[in-house]
Each structure stands twice: as C-alpha cells, then as structure tokens.
Design a protein around this ligand. Structure first.
Ligand code: TEU
Ligand code: CA
Length: 545
C-alpha cells in the first residue's frame, strides 16, 4: 500500500479527454483549435476536471486526424501555434488543471522527415522503420492491419514497409536504439514545457519480437509477435527510469487486446512501467468475436461481469465508457429515447464510483449521442473508409455495409461538441469539418447549464461528491449479489461504507435495501422506493459503520 507521503499527485484525479478537432473552433475555419480550448478552460474548471488528456495536436497530414504525426516537436497550424500551446499549459496551470498529451510512438506519419529520408534511400532512416524485401510476389509476412488492410505496403523501390494501422502510418523500429533516443528526447521536450504526462497510443504493440508469419485469424493475423512482448515491458521500464520518474509524470497507456493479467504486468506500481491502462473488454461486450463491426445484442449482465472482473484485478484501472474511437456511451449502454437523461446520469454515476481513475470524454457530460449521419458519404474517418473497402472486397452489399458502418463508425463520437442551440451548436462560425447533430436543439451546454436537473449539473455534483468521499477515491471495492442486470457494489474506507446501485435496464428492478440512507441519486427523493430501482436508477446509499 502506498503511504500518504509516497502518494502520487494523480491518484484522485478526474481526467477529461479533448479531441481538439471537435471541441471548439475559435477562427471560423470549421476545425476546433487550441485558442478554442483556452476559451473553455473555465467551463472545465467549473465541471471539476483536474487533468486534460489532449488528443494529438502535432503537425500531421491528418489521414488519421493527428494519429499520424509528421513532426513531434511542433503544433499543427490548424490547431494554432506553439505560443498557443504554451498559453494553454500556463492558463490551465493557473486554474489547477494539468495537461497530458497524446504520444503516438508505434508509428509516425509517412510524411514525417524520417520516413521521407528512408524512402529516399537514407540507410540511417530506413532503420527507423521496418523495410523488408517481398517474399516472392507476396508481402514479407502474412500480418493484417488494424484497419482491415494488409500490414505491408510496397514502395517504388520494390521493398515493403510495415504498418499495423493505415499505410500512411509506418511502424517505428523499436529495435533501433536511435529511435529510443529520438523519442525520449521528444518526451523531455514536452515535459520541459510543463506537460504533466502522456496518454501512450497503442503502447503494448510497439515492440515486434519477430517478423515471422502469424497464426491465421479473421483479423490481426500476426498479433502474437507484438502484443505485450518482453521487449515492450523492457522499453516501458527504461522510459520510466530515464524520463518519466524524473518528471513525476502521469502515464496512461492505451493497451489493446489485454487480459487482466497482461494489464497487471503493464501497470503494477512495483514494476514501474505504466501508471494505468485502458482496457477494451467492456467496449466489446456487444461485438461478435471481438469484431466491433459485427454487433450482437448488448446484455447488461455481461457488462457487469466484465467490469467486476477488472475492478478486482487492478488497483487503479483507467475507467471510461467512451472516447474518440467508440460510440457514445448512452447509445452503447444506455437509452437514447425516453430514458436518455436518466441513463446518461446513471452512466456518470457508474463511471465515477468505480475504483480507479475516471475519464470523461468531451460531450459525455451533456449526454451527447451518436452522430445522425445520413450516409457513408458524410463520414470522414479513415478506418470507416478502409473497412468499407474491405467489406466491398468481401462482396457485402451496400445497404448492409451502410448499416454496419454507421452504427459503429468512430465519427459517432467525433461530431462537434454542442455548446448551444444555434445553427452550428456554437462550435464554429463557419462550416464544421463533421456534421453537427440535430439534437443540439436540446442537448447543449447552454441549456443544461441553466437547468439544475440537467445531466451536466449531475456531473458537477457527482464529481464534487467523489472528491469529498474517501470511500470512492481510496476505498476497497466489493460486488454484492443483486438481480441480473443490476450492478450493486460497495466502496469502503476507514470512514465510510457506500452501496452503489446501478439499474442498467429500462425496467423496475426489486432490490434489497442495504445501508442506512440514500445520499445521492438520479431520481427525485419523493419519487423513490427503497426496495425498487426505477428504470436506469442510480443511487448511493451510505451506511453507519
Ligand atoms: O487506437 C487504437 C485502436 O486499437 C483503435 O484504432 C481501434 O482499433 C479502433 O478504434 C476499434 O475500436 C489508437 C487511437 O486511439 C486511434 O484513434 C488511432 O486511429 C490508432 O491508435 C492509430 O494511432
Ligand atoms: Ca479553427
């Protein structure tokens, strides 16, 4: 157990993710930017946020909205200047908000100087990436990419390069010590500017321990050669020792396809690798064979089983219900009709009462829903584009492709944040890069600010409550038996024991009444029955101990 003297600054933090392109546009070009973020810092302060995770703002040709970086030490002019970024860091600091940046080091953009030099034949830079001759007429191996294509692309010289994501994102060669030096130098560059840490993109795939053929899978053939390799653990330890520990950073890793055992190894405090990890198992609760495009019916009891497993496995998981790659949580786990508001509040309560560090994604705090796209033409995401091509090759007909992609596209989470009910929701004075959802007329910050019972005000109260509760910020976790689809657990510290009730259905659910008094919930006290949970009811019951 960590004593209070060794306690890390981020242990009780609440993190808010900003996807800059969609957050707030200050100059009317339809693209969110850093001055736009600065203009909303007071809003975030008022919400109760401690840390901002900023999705990539580095120069990038933008094929994957910034996850294809062409210069790690500068700011994309679409988002502003280095001075804007420095201003953001210092203004946030004045409000007591820290900033962690997204760090994408599995791959660079193919428009990065390093890759351009490599393509031009410079030996030094070729060794920054994986260039290999073909295998006869075929790719060097049989690996598949995350975006549904082959993982190798042939260059004009006839060689191939490896890319686990799109062909615009060549993978870095982490066997090369020069890559280590370049990237640790980049980390220091930003930490010296006052950034408090990083969210490390797909960090558990960076080290390939061989380039052999992989066992054949429907998707991601080859993964056994790069998932959670010993070499990856080694690298994380060295990052930690050489850089992170010197700056007292907070480092959260995006770790794909991890089991609780993998995650423990990656984030155990004593191993000094990552501070926390994002896992995905709950995101896949409704996907067939882990393939998100093929959905099956969502069953709340399965979500509960998964969350419970992870709560028991990790002392400090990074908890989230949505981000820029996932559908909106009210669509995923809640209700977008009659119980939109109740279910959004329930999901807020759940996310903020679990053990670990809660992450809130922009717009989640007002209950934003999936995009209301009319067709595939309105989408901008490279993943959706590539998957559409792949489905075409599988001869899947247009109407089905349209349905499968629209319900799952990452653009669902990337529509502009709805600040008010005006034409472009107060996001921009110009034409937004991605269509604003029509429901801005009633789902927007301005309206919810004025309504004391809004989802937004529920978030504020819930955040304040969490901060005041030692049981929630530091207490133990234990699941309590309950009817199917009701998640009931305790959080307990030396000072208090709380029972957290979450009815994840649109029906009444009879329950046992534990504890002594309901101290928090999403139903009016006069509209409550101790022994029955109403649709999507959330409540916290305190017990005298
Ligand atoms: O995501 C990694 C990742 O695994 C997702 O692309 C995932 O495959 C997809 O969303 C299906 O759930 C990270 C970033 O968060 C994502 O935005 C980037 O596109 C990707 O890495 C490449 O950098
Ligand atoms: Ca702009």
């Amino acid at each position: 157990m960590a004593t209070s003297s060794t306690k890390k600054w981020w242990k009780n933090a609440i993190v808010y993710q900003i996807y800059p392109r969609s957050f707030c546009d200050s100059n009317g070009d339809g693209i969110g930017d850093i001055p736009g973020i600065i203009s909303k810092l007071h809003y975030l302060k008022d919400l109760g946020v401690d840390v901002i995770w900023l999705s990539p703002v580095y120069p990038s040709p933008g094929y994957d909205n910034g996850y294809d970086i062409s210069d790690y030490k500068d700011i994309n002019p679409e988002f502003g200047t280095m001075e804007d970024m420095e201003r953001l860091i210092s203004r946030a600091k004045r409000l007591g908000i820290k900033i962690i940046m997204d760090l994408v080091i599995n791959h660079t953009s193919d428009e990065h100087e390093w890759f351009k030099k490599a393509l031009a034949g410079d030996k030094k830079y070729k060794n920054y990436y994986y260039f290999r001759p073909g295998n006869g007429k075929k790719s060097p191996n049989n690996w598949g990419s995350f975006f549904g294509e082959k993982a190798w692309t042939k260059t004009d010289s006839g060689e191939y390069y490896l890319h686990l994501f799109s062909k615009k994102q060549p993978d870095l060669n982490w066997h090369n010590p020069e890559v280590y030096d370049e990237i640790t130098d980049i980390m220091r560059f930003w930490l010296d500017k006052g950034v408090a840490g990083f969210r490390c993109d797909v960090i558990n795939v960076i080290y390939k321990d061989s380039l052999e053929d992989g066992k054949k899978h429907f998707a991601l053939t080859g993964k056994e050669h790069y998932l959670n390799t010993e070499g990856c653990h080694e690298l994380l330890k060295r990052f930690n020792e050489d850089v992170w520990s010197k700056y007292k950073t907070f480092i959260v890793g995006e770790t794909v396809m991890v089991t609780p055992e993998d995650a423990k190894l990656l984030s155990d405090e004593n191993r000094k690798e990552l501070d926390a990890v994002f896992f995905f198992e709950h995101m896949d609760v409704d996907s067939r064979g882990g393939i998100k495009w093929f959905k099956k019916k969502y069953k709340p009891y399965k979500l509960i089983r998964i969350l419970d497993k992870w709560q028991n496995a990790l002392e400090n998981p990074a908890n989230y219900l949505e981000n820029h790659d996932q559908v909106r949580s009210v669509n995923h786990f809640g209700n977008t009709g009659r119980y939109w508001e109740k279910s959004a509040k329930l999901l807020c309560g759940l996310n903020l009462c679990l053990r670990g560090i809660p992450f809130i994604y922009e717009g989640e705090e007002i209950g934003m829903t999936n995009g209301d796209f009319r067709g595939l033409k309105e989408l901008k995401d490279i993943e959706s584009y590539n998957i559409n091509q792949a489905m075409r090759r599988l001869l899947i007909i247009n109407a089905i492709r349209r349905k499968l992609i629209l319900q799952t596209t990452r653009d669902n989470a990337r529509t502009p944040v709805q600040w008010d009910a005006s034409e472009q929701a107060g996001f921009t004075e110009g034409i937004p890069w991605l269509k604003v959802n029509e429901n801005k007329s009633f789902i927007n910050v301005e309206a919810e600010n004025q309504d004391p019972d809004s989802i937004l005000n529920f978030y504020k109260k819930m955040i304040e409550f969490r901060k005041s509760s030692s049981a929630i910020t530091e207490g133990s976790y234990r699941r309590v038996a309950s009817p199917s689809d009701v998640y009931l657990f305790t959080r307990e510290s030396d000072e208090e024991r709380l029972y957290i009730y979450c009815n994840l259905t649109a029906f009444n659910k009879p329950v046992e009444f534990y504890g002594d008094r309901i101290i928090f919930g999403n139903y009016d006290p006069t509209d409550r029955d101790n022994f029955v949970l109403k649709p999507y009811e959330f409540r916290i019951v305190a017990s005298n101990i």
